[in-house]
Design a protein. Sequence first.
Length: 132
Amino acid sequence: MFIAEHHRHHLPPQGWKFGIAVNDGSKIVGVVTVGRPVSRHKDDGFTAEVTRCCTDGTRNACSILYAAAWRAARAMGYKRLITYILASETGTSLKASGWREIGRTKAGSWNSPSRPRVDKAPTTQKTLFEAV
């Protein structure tokens, strides 16, 4: 519900392994969801992916969520945590919580003649980050 109401460009994820919320003492101000990597090439059993990080704009909430997601993923046995952001986003919260940029994707759609799909998210270039 929180993601549906507050995320700027994505719907809530279809499924996820775990989620974390942050509050300001009286209400939830942000959530993060972590699941299996969307790319099958990265789904090695040791890698998890932050599929959504969403806040109401509360200062430092994103950084708190990214750091908490990495601590939780490590505690669950994951060796790597990744996430993608739009190339137009700065990644300030990721960098502030100790993540590093490791590459860029090609822009494009998941749609193909052999497997038609409707794009429900931006198809622009993304930046890949990894928790350190």
